[in-house]
Each structure stands twice: as structure tokens, then as C-alpha cells.
Design a protein around this ligand. Structure first.
Ligand code: NAD
Length: 475
């Protein structure tokens, strides 16, 4: 049993003022493995004061000084990679391949922000006006449990690059991972107050951040429901908000696609992060005429997918994060069966020989886009195969959703795939399994969010724009 009784304020680990203890679980076994003492509103007040004190000094730093800070944070996080992998396996149930990717991604966030900064100019001219981009102020960064280290590091990297200081509120369910991240950031030796970490409940610590007049900006990743609540609360102080929310992303397999090749890729896009990925391609749209071929390949792919041993580098699917997520996913599987969808593979209950919060990777066929399983975010390894008659119908089904985070298109004809991509309402469309592009904008259309992260868009999310008229007039 590990007990965490530290948060991070003003450059030091401190005991929280809050006294509530919260259980931490090993999702692979469903057993309590530790406890964390949660922060309260007094801790938030102290963290905001520290970030506020550090703001003027940091806002004045040069681009080169910030790039240097980002490089030291990168190196410090890299040196924590193996500890972070261990914590991510133990507390989140990530298979080792995913845990390794997450640790690398967290460190690389700082290099990506540094690269963005190198190419960015904080001033430009419009006629005789000088346009100056200035740090927005103290930022509140609120992150979910499904990629704790990655979200903390990416949001903090761009806030810091912009000249902001930050109060970070990670998920209370990720306290062990957060502790490793905080130790890493601390080891970089950056000035006190630039970042503060207050692990606590969303309705306590999160609300204190979203309502504080001293927080200028909230950058949030999490569910659409909480995103809406945050936006409502942020309105009284007119905070700037970036919301990265949920998704129900379509994967369009066009009728000319090489199914042998693309069906396994489509299943992988759906099962990424054990199905707990906001960008997972969970609605697989396939041409009616090729449905039986797709089902055969989908079943073969899932049957071959490794579920279970988190230490095996080939394992694709680990457990869900919590008992609540396990029950939620079981509920959706039952809903799919009750609605008349066919279980191609998987179904209710645990996979054979596994307990904890493991669920059976499940693929439904004969799903229609009006079924609840095709409309709501399940957040587990449960995919819907929906057939379409022609390309027009495929595009209509793809866009018939409240969400718009990601989309995937597979075709043997690149120009055709691009033409389809152009008609999809999603913040990111990947053609033929294209890899992540770390400096390209990331964010959602419709109820998948507001604003963009990564690269220049991610940097400008932490900046205000000032036009100084006449600044460039000849004297
Ligand atoms: P969640 O919305 O329940 O919680 C996210 C964070 O918000 C946590 O730190 C939580 O404590 C906090 N929170 C909860 N209530 C709050 C409140 N009233 N005020 C302020 N903060 C509050 O989400 P989750 O269950 O941790 O994560 C899963 C969800 O996140 C899924 O819907 C997923 O799609 C979404 N997500 C989106 C992205 C993206 O980039 N678009 C990335 C990852 C996850």
C-alpha cells in the first residue's frame, strides 16, 4: 500500500490542507493499492497565489530563456520514463507498449512546445499597428485519467512557452502517475511557482479553479458533460477556455480499400488505449456489399488481439481504469444486444481467465446510427460496424453525430480519400492510418470541444492579442 500525502505548491512538495483520503486501485486486479490525501479549496488558493507571484517574472522572460526551460523539463521527464511506465501499468492498467508511448509522449511535449516557440514571433505588424501576443495570465489545467502524464505535460509545456504560470488539477484517480510527473518537473529545477499541482476532486478543486477571478484561462480535457459545466462556471469571470472533450469518431472504409490491410488498422484505431481514447474510431462504416468480408476479418483480428498480460509488449488491451468504467461498458454492451445489434466477437462479462476491470473486446454488427451504442461515447473497447450503400450515405452517417473530434478514411485512391476527408466534420482526419502529427492542431468540432491544442494553435490558446495603433508610425 502506498500513501501519497503530498501536493506541489510554490516549488515545494507540501502536505495538503485538505484531509479527505481517496482510494487508488490496481485495475488489473480490482484491488486497492494505495491512498491519496486530496487537496481542498485552501490548497487551491495557495497554489493560485504562488502562480500569481511567479507570473510577472516569467511573462518577462525571453523566447530563448523559455526554450531553455522547456529543454530542461524534457530531459527531467525523460529521466523519469521508467518510473512513469511502472506507475502507468500499476495504477492505470496500461499494457507496457502503451505505458512506454505515454512516457515518451509526455517528455516530447516539451520539445514540441520548444520547436513551436523557435519558429514563432510574438509580434507582427498590420499597417502602422504593432500586434503583440501576450501571456493570458495564470492558467488552470484540468486533466483526465486516460493519459495523465501526457495531458499534464502537454498543457503545461504550451502554457509555459506562452509565458503563463499554471495550477494543474489532475484526475484524483491518477495520483501515483501524477506524483512521478511532479517529481520529474521538480527535478528540472525551474523557478518556484511556475507550476503547482493540486490533486483533488473535480467538484471541489476543479470548481475552485473555474470560479477564481485570478485564473485567466482554463484548459480542460475530459468529458463533454464536465466541459459544459466548466464553461458555465467560467462565464462569470469571462475566462478563456479550451475544451478537449469526448468523441464518437467514424472510420470510413471506402469500397476500393484493401480490406485485408485496413480492417486490422480500423480495429486498432478503435481499441487504442484499451478503448479509453477520446479519438478512438468507434463507428466503423463499411460498404454493404463487403460487409461479410469485413466481419470475418474483424473477428479474426479481435480473436488474435492479446488481452491481459500487461508486461507483454504485444498486449493490445488492458483493463478499464475503474469499477465504474467496467460497469458503464457492460451497460452499453447490454444496450447493444437489447437494441438488436449482433455480437460479432466479445460480449458481456470478463474475458476468460481474467478479472479486475478487464472487459471483452467487443465488436457489434448490424448497428444503425440511431442506436445508443452508435451515438454515445462508451469509452471502452466496444466498436460498432455500420453498413452504408454509397459514399454519400457514408459521409452523411459519419457526420450524423453530436461529436466531431476525429475521423479515419481508408481508400486505395488517395485523391478520393482526400475528397471524402474534406467533407467530414472533425478536427482531425487521418487518411490511410497516417501517424500523429504533433505540431498540427488538435481539437473538436461541435460538442467535442472548443479551441485547439498543439503547435501554434496550442501556443496561441494561452496568449492574448494586443494591437498597438501607431506604434510603427514614422516619428
Ligand atoms: P471527467 O470529465 O469526468 O474528468 C476530467 C477532469 O475534470 C478530472 O480531473 C475531474 O476531476 C475534473 N472534474 C470533474 N468535475 C469537475 C467540475 N465540476 N469542475 C472542474 N473539474 C471537474 O473525464 P474523465 O472521466 O476523467 O475522462 C474521460 C473523458 O475525457 C471522456 O469523455 C474522454 O473522451 C474525454 N477526453 C477527451 C480528450 C480530448 O482531448 N478531447 C482527451 C482525453 C479524454
Amino acid at each position: 500500500m502506498k500513501t501519497i500525502r503530498r501536493i506541489y505548491i510554490d516549488g515545494a512538495f507540501v502536505t495538503p490542507h485538505g484531509t479527505e483520503m481517496f482510494d487508488l486501485f490496481d485495475p488489473a486486479r480490482g484491488e486497492v493499492i494505495g491512498q491519496v490525501q486530496l487537496a481542498d479549496t485552501e490548497d487551491v488558493r495557495r497554489a493560485i497565489q504562488a502562480a500569481k507571484r511567479a507570473l510577472p517574472g516569467h511573462a518577462r522572460t525571453t523566447k530563448d530563456e523559455r526554450i531553455e526551460l522547456l529543454h530542461s523539463l524534457h530531459d527531467a521527464m525523460l529521466s523519469k520514463a521508467s518510473d512513469l511506465e511502472e506507475a502507468t501499468i500499476l495504477e492505470y492498467g496500461a499494457p507496457i507498449a502503451r505505458a512506454r508511448w505515454t512516457a515518451k509522449y509526455a517528455a516530447e511535449s516539451f520539445m514540441n512546445a520548444a520547436k513551436t516557440l523557435e519558429a514563432y514571433s510574438f509580434t507582427h505588424s498590420v499597417g502602422e499597428a504593432e500586434v503583440v501576443m501576450e501571456p493570458v495570465g495564470v492558467a488552470g489545467l484540468i486533466t483526465p485519467w486516460n493519459a495523465d502524464a501526457g495531458f499534464i505535460c502537454n498543457k503545461f509545456a504550451y502554457a509555459l512557452a506562452a509565458g503563463c504560470t499554471a495550477v494543474i488539477k489532475p484526475s484524483e484517480m491518477s495520483a501515483m502517475q501524477t506524483e512521478v510527473v511532479t517529481e520529474g518537473l521538480h527535478a528540472a529545477g525551474i523557478p518556484a511557482g511556475l507550476f503547482n499541482v493540486v490533486t483533488g476532486r473535480g467538484d471541489v478543486v476543479g470548481t475552485a479553479l473555474t470560479t477564481s477571478p485570478d485564473i485567466a484561462k482554463i484548459s480542460f480535457s475530459g468529458s463533454t458533460l464536465v466541459g459544459k459545466a466548466i464553461m458555465k462556471k467560467a462565464v462569470d469571470t469571462l475566462k478563456r477556455v479550451t475544451l478537449e472533450l469526448g468523441g464518437k469518431s467514424p472510420t470510413l472504409i471506402l469500397d476500393d480499400a484493401d480490406l485485408q490491410k485496413v480492417v486490422p488498422m480500423a480495429i486498432t484505431a478503435g481499441f487504442m488505449n484499451s478503448g479509453q481514447a477520446c479519438i478512438a474510431g468507434t463507428r466503423i462504416l463499411v460498404p454493404e456489399a463487403r460487409l461479410s468480408e469485413v466481419l470475418r476479418l474483424a473477428k479474426a483480428t479481435v480473436d488474435a488481439a492479446k488481452v491481459g498480460d500487461l508486461r507483454d509488449p504485444d498486449t493490445m488491451i488492458g483493463p478499464l481504469v475503474s469499477a465504474k468504467q467496467y460497469e458503464r461498458v457492460q451497460h452499453y454492451i447490454r444496450l447493444g444486444i437489447d437494441a438488436g445489434a449482433t455480437v460479432v466477437v466479445g460480449g458481456e462479462g470478463h474475458p476468460e481467465g481474467l478479472g479486475g476491470y478487464f472487459v471483452k473486446p467487443t465488436v457489434f454488427a448490424h448497428v444503425t446510427n440511431d442506436m445508443t451504442i452508435a451515438r454515445e461515447e462508451i469509452f471502452g473497447p466496444v466498436l460498432c460496424i455500420i453498413s452504408y450503400r454509397d459514399e454519400e450515405e457514408a459521409i452523411a452517417i459519419a457526420n450524423d453525430t453530436d461529436y466531431g473530434l476525429a475521423a479515419y478514411v481508408f481508400s486505395s485512391d488517395h485523391a478520393r480519400a482526400r475528397a471524402v476527408a474534406a467533407r467530414l466534420q472533425a478536427g482531425r482526419v487521418a487518411i490511410n492510418g497516417a501517424p500523429h502529427e504533433p505540431l498540427a492542431p488538435f481539437g473538436g468540432y461541435k460538442q467535442s470541444g472548443i479551441g485547439r491544442e498543439y503547435g501554434v494553435s496550442g501556443l496561441e490558446a494561452f496568449l492574448e492579442t494586443k494591437a498597438v495603433l501607431g506604434a510603427l508610425a514614422r516619428a
